[in-house]
Each structure stands twice: as C-alpha cells, then as structure tokens.
Design a protein around this ligand. Structure first.
Ligand code: SF4
Length: 679
C-alpha cells in the first residue's frame, strides 16, 4: 500500500531546484518584499492531515466527520476505508466532470447562438463543422455550415445534459469499437454528463451505495462522461466556433512582458469572453486610447488555460504562467489588469494584486473574487450577445489602470524564450502527408512512442521540476511529447517547443522532426485539448489496425493536483493507455481501492495508474513499458538514447546532474513524494 512520505519539498527546495530561473528570481524577490505565495502557504499547511492524504476521512454527513483507522475501522454509519476512499474519489471525479463541462456548456451555447444568428459571432471553423457533421452522420451538401453547427451544438448539449436515457451520441460516434464493446460489457456507458454527476452525488450520500466496487463503476462512468462530453464535446464546440489552431512562433516567460504597454492578463478557462477581449484589444480606437494614456499599444498575456486557448486560436497572446505561478506574475507589478474567469484562479491572487496597482476583473457568475470588479456573463447567459460590449469595458479598465502603474515597484526577470505553438491533428497529418507515414515512423522505432505530458502543478513536488525531468528523459529516448495546459508552460519556457530542442533528443526522433523543422514537444493548447491528443492517438490505432492498449502511447501528468486531473488520467486509462504520475491518488488508506487503480484495472481496462515519485525513474518506467509494447507487437527496438538532457545544455539542469544512462540513473536522491505508490 502507498505510504505518505514525510519529505515534502520546502520552499528552499523549490528555490534551489525549480528549473525556470524566472520562477526562482520571483520567489526571492517576493520574499524580500514580504509577499506570500502558494509556496509559503504550503509550508504553513505542514504537516498535512494523514486522513486526507490517505482518503480515509468522510464528512458526507453530520454524524461525522469520521476518520477510520485499523483500530476504529468503521464510521458511525458502518462505512469502511474502502467505501470511504472510493466515495471521496468519486466526488472529486464528479467535480472534474462538472468543471470542464460547465465551461464547455458556455461554448456550446455560444456555438448555438452563432449558428442561429442570435449572437454576432462568425463560425470560424467551417472545416471542423463539416468533419464533425460527417462523423455524426448529419452532413448533407444542401445544409449550410450554420445549420450544421446548430445541429452539432444541440447534440453536444444533449450529451452533456440528457434528460431521458439514451445513447451518448458523441461517444458512440467517435470511440473505437473495441473500446465501446469493453465499456458496454462493464455497463459503464454514461447517460450524459449532468446525469452522471447527479448520480455520483446521489450514490455517495449517506447510506446509499455501500459497495465500493459499484461506487468505482460509477467513477468509470463519470470518466467516460468527462472524456466524451466535458472534454471532447467542449473541444469540438471550440474548434467549430473559433477554428482550428494555427501554427506559429511566440515569445514566453516573464522577460516577454513589456513595460511601455497596457498589459492585460487573461486567467482561467473560458474562451468566449477572452476571444472578445482579443478582438477588442486589436481595435484601432482602443489602441489609440492606450496611446493617449502614454502606452505604445495594448498587449495580452495568458495565465493557465485561457491564455493557452486564445494563443492557439489567435496567436497574439503571450503565455506567462500556469495557475500555480500566477501570483509570481502579479508580483512583477507590471500587469495593469487581471481578467479572471473560471477554475484554477486561486483566491490568493487578490492579496498580491492589492500590493500593486493591478486591477482584477471577474467575468463569470460562477467565479467571484471579493475585491474584484465584476464585468461578466450572468447566471442565465442571457447577455452572451453582449460579449463585445463587456470586452470593450474590460480593456478600458486596463487602459485606465496603466496610468496608475508604480514604476518603482516593477520587477521583471529577464528570462524569455521563443516557442512553436498551435499543433492539431489536422495540421500534423498535413505536415507529415498522412497517418501512414507517421505510423511508419512509430513502427520503425524512429519515434519510440508518444506521451501526452500534461496536468496541473502540485507543491508536493518541486514546482515544474517533475514535468521537465520527465520531458527531457522522454525526448532523449526518441519519445515524442504532446503537451497542453499547466504542464505546457514549463516546456514552453525552457525551450522544449523549439526545433533547437532536437539537440537533446535521440537520433531517431531528430531524423523525423529535423527535416520538417518541428520541435520535440508539440504544444496542443489548453487542458481541454487532451481531446486532440486522444484523437492523435486514435489515428495510430486506426492506421495500424491495432487496439490502443497495445500501442506505445501513454498519458502522464507528473504534478497533477486538481479534480479535473483525476478525470484526465482516467479518460486515457479508459482508452487502454497507462497513466504515469509522481503523485498518487488519496486512496492509500484502502488496500482494495489502491489495488484497483494500480493493478486490478489492467484486467478490465487494459491499463493502470503508475506512480513513481522520482521523475527520472517515472520516465524510465514509461520507456520500459513502451519497449515491452513494441516487443509484443514485434516492432523493431528503438535506438540508443542521447546522453544529453535539454536543461543541462541550457545550464538549468539539476544540481545533482545524472549520467543519464537509465541503467545507472538510480542513485540520485530525489525524495519528492507524498501519497505515492511504489511498485
Ligand atoms: Fe461518518 Fe458515514 Fe457520515 Fe461518512 S457518511 S461522515 S462515514 S457516518
């Protein structure tokens, strides 16, 4: 059973080992000026409650909270550790389905409004509309893009909110038949996302579902609702409305902030108002107002997924940081306006903003911040058609705040990096000339495997270190890496998304990517763009005729922390791909539930969750497992690894540099883990 390590990173560990020099500089600067960040608050929270870490605290009713141990193994109602851990996890899972689904719903409503003409929004992805209509079997030459977009929006909304039991149309149209058969046999096909969340809350209530295995079955059902409604449905709606990502090169990290501009950060996950803000910031009239206020122009910066998403679609948003680093960005004192929508906007940002002139605006009824101005879509989305008006007001707030900037308080680290962005399945297949060519690269071993390396951050491991160590080991072993969301920031900032990164890959991967001028890590956008990664994986299954669970493909979120992260990993495991992490699930207090996630799900899904606190060892495990899959397919072995590591070449390597031969890489003393599971 997993043990909770007492050795969690300290803030000093983060300062010593976090791979981005700008993060280190900001941590030291904020400490000097007395501003607290998540890394200080994490210190204050130690020691963390072991019942919480192990999943054995229940407060589902007010007879509790009950904390079960071997000496007092049942709660007041009789629930044991297996049931309590499974119920707790299911409630997290349900929250993840709701989180992605709620913001997806906003885009689906916007797509519907654009299709019907009630919103003044162009449909920028006609090719996605037609392609999706074909998959749904509703395409016909006489139907306009608008009418098809309207039908698609209704299918997606229906899958999300289905009232009467019926087939989940997105899942049934797009899932591999081999998987559909497995899910049917397990009886885990979802009715719809709303229903499965409702049912999850229902059956985890006091005295309802007392069978941990049946609770876990509902968790799998929620996993499918998460993957095919909350993620895939939302991603389809976004691509139809805003168009497919465009390849481009951008600058990133704090050194990309300019001082003579009106600086507006967009933070969160909801693209509808953000896209209107991008449009407004490009308007001549507003740029003229910014100039009249003394700025050279208006610039937009991206925090977390709002930035990633707008970046992929529109290009002119400079990505700065994931959610965990948001307070460090605010601490530069160089942002005039902070536009916060939904999810991963920590309340702590308000205390940092209050130390500077930075104004904060909230834009969703679902997510208010005390002290922020609220310029938002209402609870009923009755003012969705007012997006441009709201966006103009918001940009004007930024222009007004520019004049209040206190030059003496501005502190901007110099670190800055270029990065290639905007990868989609569609533009990748076009670049390579089809799936058969890509498959041949994979089969031959030039590409050893593909990993979707994503997830949020967690101070239980050194900030951004695990993502970076896993990525550099993977590319050195010819593993192609896809990324999105919070994890992507570390890779963008440290040069993984530049063709120059090929200097630290194996020769096989370089031979595939160099002629095309491609980087070793492909940025696919925000966390909903896990849908792109799973679609990319399915192209290999389709092209090879081999089921997904046999292919050298994997999911990894080394530093995951939030409820959506549970769903993201489960979504890929439901496809038969193993998921790899440095942090385990809070189920270690239950032997049965732990066994299911780390071993038993192999029999039913063909996949397990692998947890290894040391990121270098985690990468080795991914590579070993890929090689085993390759051998089982009788595909050629991949070539030798590059002994160099990308951050080592850049001087940002670990102080305890490895020789980087996996067979000799075991002696270093990483000890990051909490809630970790060892095999
Ligand atoms: Fe305790 Fe049972 Fe209530 Fe949970 S549901 S708090 S285990 S009595």
């Amino acid at each position: 059973m997993a043990k909770t390590s007492s050795r969690l990173p300290t803030k000093a560990d983060v300062v010593a080992r976090t791979p981005d020099p700008a993060v280190r500089e900001m941590l030291l600067h904020l400490e000097r000026i007395g501003i607290e960040t998540p890394f200080d608050r994490f210190e204050q929270q130690k020691p963390q409650c072991s019942f919480g870490l192990e999943g054995t605290c229940c407060k589902n009713c007010h007879m509790g909270p009950c904390r079960v141990t071997p000496k007092k193994p049942r709660g007041v109602c009789g629930a044991d550790a297996n049931l309590i851990a499974a119920r707790n996890l299911l409630r997290w899972m349900a929250a993840g389905v709701a989180a992605h689904g709620a913001r997806g719903r906003e885009v689906m409503l916007a797509l519907k409004g654009a299709a019907e003409g009630s919103l003044d929004l162009p449909i920028l992805g006609p090719e996605k509309v037609r392609a999706t209509a074909k998959v749904f079997g509703i395409d016909a030459p006489e139907k306009s893009v608008e009418s098809l977009a309207g039908e698609i929006a209704m299918i997606l909304l229906d899958d999300l909110c289905r009232t009467l039991p019926g087939p989940h149309r997105t899942l049934e149209a797009m899932a591999p038949p081999e998987r559909l058969a497995i899910w049917k046999s397990l009886d885990i096909l979802p009715v719809g996302a709303y229903h499965e969340v409702f049912e999850a809350l229902h059956r985890t209530g006091t005295g309802t579902d007392s069978d941990w295995e049946n609770v876990t079955r509902q968790l799998l059902r929620c996993g499918l609702a998460f993957a095919w409604s909350s993620v895939m449905g939302s991603a389809i709606a976004m691509d139809c409305l805003y168009g497919l990502p465009k390849r481009g090169r951008i600058s990133t990290n704090l050194g990309a902030i300019t001082e003579d501009t009106v600086n507006i950060a967009v933070h969160g996950h909801s693209p509808v108002l953000v896209s209107a803000i991008v449009k407004a910031a490009r308007r001549d009239e507003l740029i003229a107002e910014a100039r009249a206020a003394g700025a050279s122009t208006i610039r937009l910066y991206g925090i977390c997924c709002s930035g990633n998403s707008a970046l992929a679609k529109f290009g002119d948003v400079t990505p700065l940081s994931n959610a965990m680093g948001a307070e460090l960005v605010l601490g530069t004192g160089a942002l005039d306006l902070w536009v916060a929508d939904v999810q991963d906007v920590f309340p702590g940002i308000m205390d940092v903003a209050a130390c500077f002139h930075t104004r904060v605006v909230t834009t969703s009824d679902s997510a208010r911040l005390p002290g922020a101005e609220h310029i938002a879509f209402d609870h009923h989305h009755s003012n969705l058609d007012q997006a441009d008006v709201l966006a103009e007001r918001i940009v004007r707030r930024g222009i007004a705040a520019f004049g209040e900037r206190q030059a003496g308080k501005v502190f901007i680290p110099k670190a800055r990096m270029d990065a290639e962005i905007g990868f989609s399945v569609e533009n990748i297949l076009e670049t390579f000339g089809g799936a058969a060519i890509l498959l041949e690269h994979l089969r031959s071993g030039r590409i050893r495997g593909v990993v979707n390396l994503v997830g949020c951050n967690n101070p239980k491991v050194v900030y951004e270190e695990s993502v970076v160590r896993v990525a550099e080991a993977l590319i050195a072993h010819d593993v192609l890496v896809l990324t999105n969301g919070c994890a992507a920031f570390a890779l963008l900032k440290l040069g993984f998304c530049l063709p120059e990164g090929l200097a630290a890959t194996g020769s096989g991967l370089a031979s595939v990517l160099e002629p095309l001028g491609l980087p070793p890590v492909w940025h696919m956008g925000e966390c909903l763009d896990n849908a792109r990664a799973s679609a990319f994986f399915r192209t290999f299954a389709n092209a090879s005729g081999e089921p997904l669970h046999t292919l050298p493909l994997a999911f990894s979120s080394p530093e995951w922390s939030n409820e959506k992260g549970v769903g993201a990993a489960l979504g890929f495991r439901l496809l038969g791909l193993d998921s790899y992490h440095c942090i385990g699930l809070p189920v270690s207090g239950s032997a049965a539930v732990s066994r299911f996630f780390y071993e038993g799900s192999r029999d039913v899904l063909g996949s397990v969750m692998v947890v290894e606190p040391d990121p270098v060892r985690l990468a080795e495990r991914i590579i070993t497992d890929m090689d085993a899959r390759r051998a089982a397919l009788e595909w050629p072995a991949a070539g030798a690894a590059n002994p160099r590591r990308l951050t080592g070449l850049q001087g940002n390597g670990p102080a305890h540099a490895h020789p980087h031969d996996p067979s000799t890489d075991h002696d270093h003393a990483h000890d990051h883990g909490a809630g970790s599971h060892h095999h």
